[in-house]
Design a protein around this ligand. Structure first.
Ligand code: FES
Length: 144
């Protein structure tokens, strides 16, 4: 079969099928991050707890980690007093950083500021950072 043996209808059908396939793949690729962002945490993750060695969080320091697939942070404010928070800014979801010199969290996206307890100090965030329960078990911090 030579190229000239293909009728215009067959060629048009082939091109339409290929265009639909490519369009479907591109749509799926574009939609995947949005669907993943909007999907709730899976039931298997609901009871997820994270164990962190206590020595990884010296007094006045923070330790970032993943909790249920999302960034989180634990801080030892004073000796033996641990605070764990979601590290996701409540404005538009950027990941906060720790400003040790100021003793507060800063969101790099729009300048949101949070206290070491997660309360809003300034900027556009509408609500405090989500608090996570912390249990000290010997040399371990059990968070979540
Ligand atoms: Fe944090 Fe806008 S996303 S201040």
């Amino acid at each position: 079969m030579e190229a000239s043996d293909v009728s215009p209808v067959q060629r048009r059908t082939f091109l339409m099928v290929m265009a639909a396939a490519v369009g479907g793949v591109l749509t799926a690729a574009a939609a995947w991050p949005l669907l993943r962002f909007l999907s709730p945490v899976g039931a298997g993750d609901a009871a997820g707890k994270v164990e962190i060695a206590r020595e990884q969080v010296p007094v006045g320091a923070v330790h970032f980690f993943q909790h249920r697939g999302r960034p989180a942070v634990v801080l030892q404010q004073t000796a033996g007093q641990f605070i764990a928070l979601s590290a996701v800014c409540t404005h538009l979801g950027c990941v906060i950083s720790w400003e040790a010199a100021k003793g507060e969290f800063l969101c790099p996206c729009h300048g949101g500021r949070f206290s070491s307890e997660g309360q809003v100090l300034g900027g556009p965030p509408p609500s405090p950072l989500e608090s996570l329960p912390v249990v000290v078990d010997g040399g371990l911090l059990i968070i979540g």
